[in-house]
Write a protein of this length. Structure first.
Length: 331
């Protein structure tokens, strides 16, 4: 195989974008190394132990985080956005006097579109949807990682538990949350130029919306699955079996993905420079029902799936011209 090296005369903005994405990818292991260095350095050990006690007692992930707008607006996030590039498309205005539960699709390998467009201001979410105080939701296990949890909380990211969603949606007008509905299972189906959504059995977010009277908002990110390749893992294969077992005990699935390198374009951990466009669809009005029946939940799930299908049908030729097949709803 002939190695395709990156040109030496790349402009500084492109180098800056690549460095920013690499820093983001390596942020968790880097912060873990810093944490253990501080833990085993005697003059810092008491402070680290005190921090661990605080971490165990801090309810912030369940109460809406501690979002810092200045942190969300850092240029660093725009440099990541421009690497791909990533975009945010608004199709309708959202009434800030209401609450919303956004569903994000597809999960992709790590949900870069959800992170960039909705957990930061790289695409000017606050300007496009004024009055909507949105929190991206993630697994509670992410808040068990020292230091990394502080990054999540400062961006406004919160735990995806039902209690956390209820707390946010009851904070007042405009307070909303976004759930990446397909979760870890869907990441195992994240292959370029396909859109297989794990959603048929995902009824919990519909129930949360109905219990809180929050309007459902479907969001589809074209290109989310395109930015990395993944080792083939058809159902029943050894790779998929190991991934499913890992997810069962660790709550997340480890997709075996690869992309380009840092200084060459053949293979590495860096994502490909392929566009990711998040389209925010029309909200679905939901009544407030304390204990919605299965029939009602399925009724609103159908409306939600119709909303996702409408986004796909309207924008697929523009944002998914290389698609291998049409949008599919799977288990």
């Amino acid at each position: 195989m002939v190695v395709q090296w990156a040109p030496l005369n790349l402009p500084m903005p492109r180098r800056r974008q690549t460095a920013s994405v690499l820093m983001w990818i390596l942020s968790i292991p880097t912060l873990i190394v810093i944490f253990f260095y501080l833990l085993f350095t005697p003059q810092y050990t008491p402070w680290v132990l005190a921090y661990l006690v605080f971490l165990a007692l801090d309810p912030t992930p369940e109460t809406g985080s501690r979002r810092i707008m200045l942190f969300r607006k850092l240029p660093f996030w725009r440099w990541i956005k421009d690497y791909f590039p990533i975009g945010l498309v608004k199709t309708v205005d959202l009434d800030p006097s209401k609450n919303y539960l956004f569903g994000y699709h597809p999960h992709g390998i790590i949900g870069i579109g959800a992170w960039t467009n909705f957990a930061t201001e790289a695409s000017d979410f606050a300007g496009k949807f004024p009055g909507i105080n949105l929190r991206l939701m993630t697994l509670q296990t992410n808040f068990h990682l020292p230091l990394w949890r502080e990054v999540l909380l400062c961006l406004g990211i919160s735990s995806v538990s039902r209690r956390s969603c209820d707390n946010i949606l009851n904070k007042g007008p405009g307070h909303s949350c976004m759930i990446v509905v397909g979760g870890a299972t869907e990441s195992l189906a994240a292959f370029p130029y396909t859109a297989d959504l794990t959603i048929k059995k995902r009824l919990g977010f519909i129930k949360v919306a109905l219990r809180n009277g929050a309007n459902l908002v479907p969001v589809f990110s074209f290109g989310e699955n395109d930015i990395w390749d993944q080792v083939p893992n058809p159902p029943g294969s050894m790779v998929r079996t190991i991934q499913v077992l890992f997810q069962r005990y660790m709550t997340f699935a480890p997709p075996l993905f690869f992309g380009r390198g840092i200084f060459q374009y053949n293979v590495g951990i860096m994502p490909y420079r392929r566009p990711v466009i998040s389209v925010v669809g029309k909200p679905i009005e939901c009544p407030k029902i304390e204990n919605p029946s299965t029939e009602v939940i399925l009724e609103y799930q159908k409306k939600y799936l119709d909303g996702l299908q409408a986004i796909w049908d309207e924008h697929k030729d523009k944002y998914a011209p290389k698609r291998k097949r049409e949008l599919r709803f799977i288990e």
